[in-house]
Design a protein around this ligand. Sequence first.
Ligand code: HEC
Ligand code: HEC
Ligand code: HEC
Ligand code: HEC
Length: 506
Amino acid sequence: MSSEPDKSRYNILEVKLNAQSNPIGILILIITSSALITFWPISCADSTSYPPSADPQSQEITDIEPKLLSPVSPTWGFTLFLTGNWDGQLGPCGCSERQLGGIDRRTHILNSAPASGRLLLDAGPLINSEGRQAQLKLETFLLSLQHLQYDAIALTGPEMILLQENLPLGPDDRPPIIATNMPPEVRLEFAAVAYLEKNLRRGGENLDCLILALPDPQSMVGRWSSQKLQLQDPVSSVIEILTALNIDPHQSHNDKFVIVMLPDDNEFLVQQIKQIPALDLLVRAGYGDMPELIENSDNTPPVVTTGKLGKYVTKIELPISSSADVKKAQFEPIPIEEDFPQDPKIIEFFNNYQTSLKIENLIDSPYLPRQALDDDNTFTGSLACADCHADVYLIWNNFGHAHAMETLINENRQYDPECVKCHTIAMEYEIGYRSMEKTPHLADVGCEMCHGPGLKHRINTYTMYQEQFFTCEKCHTHENSPNFEGQREEYFQKIRHWQEPRIYWK
Ligand code: HEC
Ligand code: HEC
Ligand code: HEC
Ligand code: HEC
């Protein structure tokens, strides 16, 4: 585990900013470093950059200082709300209580700034997978972002291919997708735009914003190298567009506040783009668990990240007054908490998505790739073990593992492969769970999920049966069972149905 990142470097940062009606030169962006220090993500953390503390109880959300939610005077200012790097996470992250995130839980935050003085951007990527479920999920994301009135979004190349292939969405069902470095005719085919201009207005002041986005040509390798989707060199594309819009790319002070979104996490590209003086802000997806403001030591524009899994909204407040003083701007990661109000429209989109999974019967469809078992053994279901291990069966049956499917049914997620795979027996195998109708005996975390297929042992009980089919960690991941790591022994004690101290499972 790496150590805590150095917070001192976030303290001060300079941003150049020209308000159209009010050229004010240099603007200092001051970061509330307390925001970065006091809040610790409770789970679904990126353990490489934010190791969770060993004691999950000490990670109460109530640790966040309340002032964090509104550190800047709400009276006026221009507000940028930035999101991105969702990793396919529509709902709160993970299985346990007190999880951050959920695309349906942020409406009130985004609406806290008047639409005319607000810029709402998503830097992508929305999904991290392929196939039919990814498509349905992408559709749900886009409908939700449109409903939330996002001004524009960026997508990666593979996402744009997925979108163009089968989605029934028209340009009115989703926010504009910016792809600055696409040849114009390709942009037309993918219904993307080269840039977006928005004039922010507040308190008699104006700020002309220009938003660009650069999907990374490097990501279009291998099977993604599509004839249709061509991406050009990002740097020359930016220079070309700026010049076409009468903005001198080499001038750091111009009439527009220029924002560039980078949906692919490519450090090299970030470094290249940073060198264009006319840019004011880079929004980088990827990189770390929670939003960060990355240092700009020289005169390069600041780079902000969005955090991941939809757990935060990055808020940047640019207060501008009519006086010519040097102004302050603030960077603030807003955690999306579990008790934030849910948006009924987005819940509706989400339910439609679950209904599609059900109608298309995705779990039992060719869309879901399944592995073969090495031998001709097969699963018999837990009840079949009860014939001879009645005592063990009773212990198991009284416990959560035996009700894991019921849990999903209560949540109406029983048709969602992404949930079902850990709440049933061997969904990812040819002989594994398919549906409650076809394979009811393979629902729940049955005996054979841990002990392996039991048919041969049942026929000949002398068949050695000590294999460990799946480890606990296969399902008790950091995201879905944040307490497991610290309480391993307790978890084993809770499911104990063996006489001797366990020997095979260390
Ligand atoms: C026909 C009776 C019978 C059935 C059905 C049966 N077992 Fe067994 N099982 C035995 C016997 C007998 C032993 C060895 C003696 C003992 O440990 O009780 C055994 C041993 C085991 C062991 C310990 C293995 C070892 O080598 O120490 C496990 C684990 C086990 N069974 C799991 C299961 C599971 C899971 C099922 C259902 C898929 C199942 N058994 C079905 C009779 C059965
Ligand atoms: C196939 C996935 C899977 C595997 C493998 C698995 N579990 Fe679980 N476990 C679950 C699910 C799902 C639940 C939640 C069940 C429910 O309540 O719906 C759970 C719940 C539990 C709980 C209850 C937690 C609580 O606070 O009540 C314990 C304890 C537990 N598992 C221990 C273990 C141990 C120990 C192992 C390894 C020997 C293991 N599990 C392997 C999926 C799994
Ligand atoms: C990687 C495996 C995995 C996946 C994927 C998974 N779960 Fe779980 N789930 C678990 C485990 C393990 C637990 C037990 C956690 C614990 O108590 O430590 C659990 C527990 C739960 C619980 C709490 C049960 C209780 O009563 O305490 C709910 C609800 C739940 N899961 C729903 C879902 C939903 C909905 C999805 C899909 C979005 C999902 N799970 C996907 C492994 C998984
Ligand atoms: C969550 C994982 C898990 C599930 C589910 C599970 N077991 Fe086990 N089982 C274990 C572990 C771990 C051991 C201890 C293995 C060792 O000795 O190292 C064990 C041991 C056993 C043993 C050996 C008993 C002894 O006294 O040594 C039997 C028999 C057995 N299990 C049967 C079953 C049956 C039958 C079911 C379903 C009704 C079941 N198990 C469900 C994990 C599981």
